[in-house]
Design a protein around this ligand. Structure first.
Ligand SMILES: [Zn+2]
Length: 290
């Protein structure tokens, strides 16, 4: 997904499967004056705004379904009255089938509402998300002051938070009570704004917490690859690892993969360095070239 910015009004938009040359001929659909130009600046605000509007859509759909259920209840009551007053068996059967239809409708709308509630829940309480996004941005931006190093940790959430439980390392991880991808991205962009180093914390004991060797080899060969190329690599070679989530009916990049893609988009590159504690071992970081 590529992002573009209007040359006139500054509106930022993401376009799926569209290339710059296709867009260059189209005007901005907000002000109708500017042109779309490629944009690689901060995106968290755009993502948070998209999350807000996705939640609003889900809430509207819920309200619509609730109104439909109420209306169906009223219809059902009417059909019940007519059923009781039916003069023949045939008439009664017609009303009976209408009542059944009403019941089915109520049940199926009810199920959809449950699903919607679960989806809304996943977006979190928006005010809290917005507040934490600001907190996370500042925490990442100021990490050198709070932890002594301009360095942040990314990787499997469980592993990273157990690794960085100490007072000195804790400021190097995303550590706020709420979560959404937009909030997570705010944290990453706070680090980018301070040109922080992002260190990949890998745990070889679990496939979900590490990157397979063949993928690491590709990253070594092309340390500054395009984010789209990286995500394609995650999809084709990273299934069931730290890079690609394919459980519970989902099939998507992991949040770590998206964090890395955001860093690559901002000009960060992979670097494979010797560990200062044990120089024979390797550590993997993402850094902005000097
Ligand atoms: Zn515009």
């Amino acid at each position: 997904m590529a992002s573009f910015r209007c040359s006139n009004c500054g509106r930022i938009k993401e376009f799926k499967e569209l290339f710059a040359y296709e867009l260059s001929t189209r005007p901005c659909t907000v002000c109708w004056k500017g042109k779309w130009i490629e944009y690689d600046g901060p995106m968290a605000e755009v993502v948070l705004g998209r999350e807000d509007s996705e939640v609003a859509d889900l809430v509207r759909r819920c309200e619509f379904l609730e109104a439909q259920i109420q209306a169906t209840f009223r219809t059902k009551e009417l059909q019940q009255k007519q059923y009781e007053a039916a003069g023949t068996r045939d008439q009664a059967r017609v009303f009976e089938s209408h009542i059944r239809l009403c019941n089915d409708t109520i049940v199926s709308f009810g199920k959809e509402i449950e699903t919607l509630h679960a989806q809304i829940h996943e977006y979190g309480v928006r005010e809290a998300i917005r507040r934490d996004a600001g907190v996370a941005f500042k925490a990442a931006q100021g990490v050198s002051g709070t932890s002594g190093k301009n360095k942040l940790y990314i990787g499997s959430r469980d592993f990273v938070s157990s690794y960085a439980s100490g007072k000195r390392k804790k400021p190097r991880i995303l550590d706020v009570p709420n979560w959404s991808w937009g909030l997570n991205l705010s944290w990453v962009e706070g680090g980018i704004s301070a040109r922080a180093q992002f260190k990949l914390k890998l745990d070889d004991r679990s496939p979900y917490s590490t990157i397979p060797a063949p993928v690491l080899q590709k990253l070594r060969e092309a340390p500054g690859m395009q984010p789209e190329t990286f995500l394609e690599l995650c999809r084709t070679r990273g299934s069931g690892t730290l890079l690609w989530y394919d459980k519970d009916g989902e099939n998507r990049p992991t949040w770590t993969a998206l964090e890395i893609a955001s860093l690559l988009r901002s000009g960060y590159q992979f670097r494979f360095l010797a560990r200062s504690s044990s120089p024979k071992e390797e550590k993997i970081v993402l850094e902005l070239p000097n």
